[in-house]
Design a protein around this ligand. Structure first.
Ligand code: GLU
Length: 551
């Protein structure tokens, strides 16, 4: 038996399969020509990050646009960084934002598909099988260097102004003989398995990134680690094995991985795998004191997607906003197709920002207002109630006291040709509709400068006498107009404008007085509708209360 074969058995004696076994177990997918198989591969190290949501969306839409498959894979090879509930946080978060998952972890607890397990910590045997094969072929070897030895090498390289890393003559364990290795193993010295890189720094590798374009980098010559001492792979190795066996066609991931592409290309080649297409997604940026920087987990609350949920942004608004960042032609699509789901947008990676798009909260608010304005009153009231249940118990109790009242409130100026673009996030709703609830009502009775308290009260007293709850919008305004002449106000704005000195004001001013009396504010949706929802008794009570305060 050759030394390599003996070495493979010595290092991984428990591995009895060969790669052929897995190649047969995970056959090619039968998808239509051009279908993209994409994935997101989060590490369960905390909450769902806005960047992960963004990358997932891009992967999802690329798969959808090509009738392909989007799957999830949990990269939990670093157990130290893992947090309790991490998988649920991320996968359930994606679900919450409507990112449908075809395969892999479809929820925090459920896995689907025949290419699993979709969790790296459960794939150790697969990785080890491929590593064993590389050892047999002379492409991998054990390394016994301690952290201190590696550090000493590094210091020496730095001192001599040599590129740091485990390469060439610095790769101390590369030339150990079988007998030397065997005696270390027998002595129980822990080891990692490294790639025996055939690369040369002087050579260039070129690849076409689907977002960034043509990229040229030096070939990898580093004997990087494939398997750590606990038998668990590094990211690089797991990526090559998993994306090969899961038949990923497009690896679309954060652009922090660009510098590792030479390693990955080398691995794919040595392993005899077809190289997937790569697309490196730029991070979402933020302006900080005029300078662009990556959204940061530590500094920015909006890095955690949960922030948007707590703020009461509707999931679809966040997704639609991210689509505007993802594709420069998405807004044209939206304008031309206001009612189509975003999933029908034909996504083209070439339209993605190369340098990283700026996060713009005002734009998000704007997108959100538009979307909410097109929702039915029923949907809005359901969504606000669901949000309040989770984040504002006081408001929730008020909303569920009388659900038809709640629905009527949120139906005002909605479901019509020109709906109001008023609410951008559910958190704003409480203040926005506070005057519908005595518990929240906090009126500001300040009158506009051109109106005196005496005139305002005289009008309110007269109005109560003629107020008819069943008036439609037109009749409602007619009533106010009819009161004008006796009070010295112009019924028509035109008449007022023609001779302002002859009047104290016009009918519009008096409707403002009524608005202030009933709602305690100057700006609201349609007042006639508000008064109908509040009901006559409540309106009269409010008007009488206002008279006391204004006088
Ligand atoms: N676990 C890696 C990360 O979270 C995945 C990168 C990839 O998509 O391949 O960055």
């Amino acid at each position: 038996m050759s030394d390599n074969l003996k070495l493979a058995d010595l290092l991984l004696p428990h591995i009895d399969k060969t790669p052929d076994y897995y190649e047969a177990l995970y056959p090619e997918r039968s998808l239509k020509e051009g279908a993209k198989v994409t994935r997101v591969a989060p590490s369960p190290t905390g909450y769902l990050h806005i960047g992960t949501l963004f990358t997932s969306l891009v992967n999802r839409i690329a798969a959808t646009s090509s009738e392909g498959i989007f799957f999830t894979r949990i990269e939990d090879t670093d157990k130290k960084r893992e947090v309790e509930g991490g998988i649920e946080n991320i996968i359930d978060g994606l679900n919450r934002f409507g990112i449908t998952i075809d395969e892999g972890f479809v929820s925090g607890k459920e896995e689907k598909g025949i290419y699993g397990p979709y969790q790296q910590s459960r794939r150790a045997e697969i990785y080890q099988t491929y590593v064993k094969d590389l050892i047999r072929k002379g492409f991998a070897y054990p390394c016994f260097c301690t952290a201190e030895e590696l550090e000493a090498t590094r210091a020496e390289q730095e001192k001599a102004n040599i590129r740091t890393g485990y390469h060439g003559e610095w790769a101390a364990c590369r030339s150990l003989t079988f007998d030397e290795i065997k005696s270390k193993i027998d002595a129980g010295i822990p080891f990692v398995i490294r790639l025996k890189s055939p690369g040369n720094e002087e050579n260039k590798v070129v690849y076409e990134d689907l977002i960034k374009g043509k990229i040229e980098m030096p070939e990898n010559d580093e004997d990087f680690v494939l398997l750590k001492s606990d038998g668990i792979p590094t990211y690089h190795f797991a990526h090559a094995i998993d994306d090969h066996l899961m038949h990923t066609t497009h690896v679309m991931r954060g652009d922090e991985w660009i510098s590792s592409v030479p390693k990955h290309l080398q691995l794919f080649r040595i392993l005899g795998f077809k190289v997937p297409k790569f697309a490196h997604v730029s991070p979402i940026m933020k302006l900080d004191d005029g300078a662009k920087r990556k959204i940061s987990k530590r500094k920015d609350p909006e890095a955690a997607v949960h922030f948007f949920i707590e703020e009461g942004f509707d999931a679809i608004a966040v997704v639609e906003y991210l689509m505007t960042i993802a594709a420069s032609d998405f807004e044209d699509f939206r304008r031309a197709n206001p009612d189509k789901p975003y999933t029908e947008f034909k996504f083209n990676l070439k339209k993605m920002s190369v340098s990283g798009a700026l996060f713009d909260e005002n734009k998000l608010l704007d997108v959100s207002k538009n979307i909410i304005s097109r929702m039915s009153g029923e949907t809005v009231s359901e969504k606000i109630t669901a949000w309040a249940k989770e984040f504002d118990t006081e408001f929730y109790r008020l909303l569920i006291k009388d659900q038809s009242y709640t629905k009527a409130i949120f139906s005002i100026d909605r479901d019509c040709a020109k709906p109001r673009k008023d609410i951008a996030k559910w958190k704003e709703a409480k203040d926005y509709v506070s005057y519908f609830f005595d518990e929240l009502f906090a009126p500001d009775y300040t009158l506009p400068d051109n109106l005196t308290p005496a005139d305002a009260c005289e009008f309110l007293k007269a109005y109560v006498k003629v107020y008819n709850e069943s008036d439609d919008k037109q009749q409602w305004f007619e009533r106010i107009k009819e009161l004008c002449p006796a009070l010295g106000f112009a019924s028509e704005t035109k008449a007022y404008k023609a001779a302002p000195a002859s009047y104290k004001g016009h009918a519009g001013d008096l409707s403002t007085v009524l608005r202030i009396a009933v709602t305690g504010r100057r700006n609201t949706p349609d007042l006639c509708s508000i008064m109908k929802v509040l009901g006559k008794d409540k309106c009269v009570e409010r008007i009488e209360e206002a008279i006391k305060h204004i006088l």
